[in-house]
Design a protein around this ligand. Structure first.
Ligand code: SF4
Length: 279
């Protein structure tokens, strides 16, 4: 496989310097390294600047509704266990509108990879506060400053039993590529909170974060250790915070564990008999 096989002819429309470029580059390199053909990968994107990636990666892609990328991603995996399924979502869509989907997929250990582009704002709509925006920050939707405390995506994932939890930085492409390789290989729900500068609407956050980012020396051995690292605010560790093995959701569904839905014959199903149950 080569990077070119994953690249479309469409030029990204992101602002020059946007962190989305780094995530796109890392994703293409990770898929190439894993030697997956484009036909083996299904990507579901959310609405937002990150969601525009739907046009730039040459795999099967579904551009879903805002905040709703995770349910179709889970559905694709249930229908076809052979696919590697990747959801690409912004922090607003995932931690705002889509929060219950995120928690549900973590608890169920659905075998998909979720990359959350976290720039601390809703950016496509030109800079409104998201659940990750720091308290006190002035945005277009919070002219007197954000009142709420920001959520912590990593402790959220730890407390909801996600089996692969990582934080990456979009400007460190080699490190992010390696994280993605590990996440896509993981059998179960792999979650990456991707710190991603929005150079147009959130320059302040970018400047603050850059000074604090540090590659984790090693993967924490206990959840307590992972939790302590995830709560640090003076330093922002990047790397894998937690990984464990647990059966994936599709391996526990009685009607699907032997065979994907798409491999099951539909010619013997008598729809008329089924409908009688509802009359
Ligand atoms: Fe990137 Fe921000 Fe521009 Fe969107 S608005 S493309 S997140 S820099």
């Amino acid at each position: 496989m080569t990077n070119e096989q994953y690249t479309t002819k469409i030029t990204p429309t992101w602002c020059p310097g946007c962190g989305n470029f780094g995530i796109l580059a890392a994703l293409i390199q990770a898929l190439t390294q894993l030697e997956l053909s484009p036909q083996q990968v299904a990507i579901v994107t959310d609405v937002g600047c990150s969601g525009n990636m739907a046009d730039f990666v040459n795999t099967g892609v579904l551009h879903a509704l805002h905040g709703r990328a995770l349910p179709p991603a889970a559905g694709i995996k249930l229908a076809n266990h052979d696919l590697k399924v990747i959801a690409i979502i912004g922090d607003g869509g995932c931690y705002g509108e889509g929060m219950t989907h995120l928690i549900s997929l973590m608890r169920g250990n659905h075998d998909i990879t979720a990359i959350i582009h976290n720039n601390g704002l809703y950016s496509l709509t030109t800079g409104q506060a998201a659940p990750t925006t720091p308290k006190g920050q002035i945005t277009k939707s919070t002219p007197e400053g954000v009142i709420e405390e920001p959520i912590n995506p990593l402790t959220l994932a730890l407390s909801n039993q996600a089996t692969f939890i990582a934080r990456g930085y979009s400007m460190n492409v080699p490190h992010f590529t390696e994280l993605l390789v590990q996440a896509i290989k993981h059998a179960g729900f792999s979650f990456i909170d991707a710190l991603q500068p929005c150079v147009t609407f959130n320059k302040k956050l970018l400047a603050e974060q850059e000074k604090k980012i540090q590659v984790l020396a090693q993967k924490p051995k206990t959840k307590q250790e992972a939790w302590q690292l995830a709560e640090q605010t003076d330093q922002l560790g990047i790397g894998i915070f937690w990984q464990e093995q647990r059966p994936a959701y599709h391996q526990e569904v009685a009607t699907l564990k032997q065979q994907s839905l798409i491999k099951q014959p539909i010619d013997k199903i008598n729809i008329a008999e089924l409908l009688k149950e509802f009359i």
